[in-house]
Design a protein around this ligand. Structure first.
Ligand code: NAD
Length: 518
């Protein structure tokens, strides 16, 4: 099977009036589909339950995006049964057929990109460019993993023992569980499910509570693309109910999780317990939170550095695992950077992403309350230069947190150590580059990080010594592209499984070595 060489999906530029008009048209079209009820999907069965979780527009919480059935442990049990039955044929389905499903799914999304963008705008509050980035990333994951499977799912040449025919091959693991967050509810949801699937596994997928409607739309795409029933089973519901039951089930072969550090570490511990009847050691991949930093030294292009800092910290209201939340600035340029960053932040538009405003609401009331707590802490730990407030009237205004810049934060402050997941940027002054490097690595996380400098030796030093999974030099620290920037973190940011990287599929396969005497 020959596929054209992989390349990242190009973005549409919505600053162009015609494209913006097309986006608004898609928004209008999707608006007529809001508020519907959605079932679980187990095999060929669609199961509508009375017990549902409502999904809301975070920028206008009174607007219901949809009501999604909430699965229980018993549904988990049934889904495992169905998925194992499907595994018997899916693992033996020709690789080309499996690959073709992903490529077809990518084509369907490409064709209807604006529609999925509009759902993302409604359900999680992404503005036009952020939604476009995510839809493109979903396409990229599908196209990239399709090609990865063609490279990896084939016999492996080994050295030959005399008198033997020796080889090895990767085979799928079995039935896995994918548990995903709300902040990339389409791209991560699809990527994390489809990488194991193209490798021959069957999946039970548990989307986040706040974003299960767009996840349902993703499942529809896969079924339309020809994925056989039972290969993917859709079990939305509460993490601590159906998610927990699936993690602890002895028949779960592997768990692929993206989400917060605390939930991820809990899952890791539970998955390590071998239960009665369990015949394997569960494999776990974890992609967790971050407290991502960027250094600006005295040799940097300060204008470019400030622009990158603002984009990294406030894009999608700081709700990316890769978002900048610690800006570490060498003293001699500190006042100038504060001035530039603050004035750029003040110029950001805040409001409804349906109208393509830059800074949207945070996802839910819990996140708003958490942000408020940290805005209080900000007053004692530093100097609030802009922002510092959060709306408390969600019925009318949405869960808005004003983009906030806090100066004079110290390296060990809570604002410099805790993942807040909100548009709050801590700025930390340091006396020199060497201290900046120490401050940067002083975190339990290690997802993304960056340096702005024009000093080549410092850039090279940072390449060696900055301990992050994704290092960015003289550019913003968000916006990893599938295939170009394999994505995953060090330390408590995860198991560094590197989504969108050349080895990602290997997490969902095991190598079988075969020696035949001749
Ligand atoms: P979360 O940990 O609250 O939830 C993630 C998923 O876990 C949800 O589907 C939830 O229902 C489920 N869950 C919760 N409790 C569970 C339990 N006991 N057992 C099984 N499943 C359970 O995270 P979130 O708020 O949805 O997402 C934000 C977090 O995700 C941030 O920390 C962010 O940094 C991280 N994130 C990391 C990456 C990455 O690639 N490293 C990417 C996106 C988001």
């Amino acid at each position: 099977m020959n596929l054209p060489e992989y390349q990242c999906e190009p973005y549409t530029d919505y600053t162009h009036p015609n494209h913006a008009a097309a986006y608004r048209h898609a928004i209008a079209k999707v608006s007529s589909e809001l508020g519907k009820d959605y079932p679980l999907i187990i095999g060929s069965e669609r199961i509508m339950l009375e017990d549902k979780i409502e999904s809301h527009n975070p920028c206008k919480p009174s607007q219901v995006i949809g009501r999604v059935s909430s699965a229980t442990a018993a549904h988990g049990e049934k889904a495992l049964e169905v998925a194992y039955a499907a595994f018997e044929s899916w693992k033996n389905t020709p690789l080309e057929t499996r690959v073709a499903v992903l490529v077809k799914a990518a084509a369907i999304i490409r064709e209807r990109k604006l529609e999925f963008n509009a759902w993302l705008t409604y359900e999680v509050g992404k503005n036009y460019a952020e939604a476009e980035g995510e839809t493109a990333e979903a396409i990229d994951f599908l196209e990239y993993y399709a090609r990865s499977a063609l490279k990896l799912c084939k016999p492996i040449q080994t050295y030959q023992m005399a008198g033997e025919a020796d080889r090895a091959e990767y085979i799928p693991l079995g039935v896995g569980v994918s548990i995903t967050p709300w902040n990339f509810p389409f791209a991560i949801f699809l990527g994390q499910a489809c990488a194991p699937i193209v490798a021959g596994n069957c999946m039970i997928v548990k989307p986040a509570e706040d974003s299960a409607v767009i996840a349902y739309k993703a499942i529809e795409v896969l079924l339309e693309a020809g994925l056989p029933h039972g290969v993917i089973n859709f079990l939305p519901g509460l993490g601590e109910v159906v998610g927990d039951a699936l993690v602890k089930h002895p028949r779960t072969r592997f768990i692929s999780f993206t989400g917060s550090k605390n939930v991820g570490l809990y899952i890791n511990a539970e998955a390590a317990k071998v239960l009665p009847g369990q015949r394997w050691i569960k494999r776990v991949t974890l992609e967790l939170g971050g407290k991502d930093g960027m250094i600006i030294d005295e040799t940097a292009n300060l204008e470019e550095a400030a622009t990158a800092a603002v984009a990294g910290a406030f894009g999608f209201a700081g709700q990316k695992c890769s978002a900048l939340s610690r800006l570490i600035v060498v003293e001699s340029v500190y006042p100038e950077i504060l001035e530039k960053v603050t004035s750029k932040v003040k110029a950001l538009t805040i409001g409804d992403p349906l109208e393509n405003k830059y800074v949207n609401a945070v996802i839910n009331m819990e996140s708003l309350e958490k942000s408020k707590k940290y805005l209080e802490i900000a007053k004692t730990e530093g100097r609030v230069l802009t922002g510092g407030t959060a709306s408390s009237d969600p019925q009318n205004e949405g869960y808005f947190v004003q983009p906030t810049v806090v100066a004079d934060v110290k390296p060990d402050d809570k604002l410099a150590q805790d993942e807040i997941f909100s548009p709050i940027l801590a700025v930390i002054p340091v006396k020199d580059f060497a201290t900046a490097m120490e401050v940067m690595n002083n975190t339990e996380y290690g997802l993304t990080g960056g340096l702005f400098s024009s000093d080549l030796s410092r850039l090279e030093f940072a390449e060696r010594e900055l301990h992050v999974g994704n290092l960015y030099l003289n550019r913003k620290i968000t916006g990893a592209m599938v295939g170009c920037h394999p994505f995953g973190g060090f330390n408590l940011s995860g198991t560094d499984s590197k989504a969108g990287g050349p080895d990602y599929l290997l997490h969902f396969m095991q190598m079988k070595s075969i020696a035949r005497k001749i």
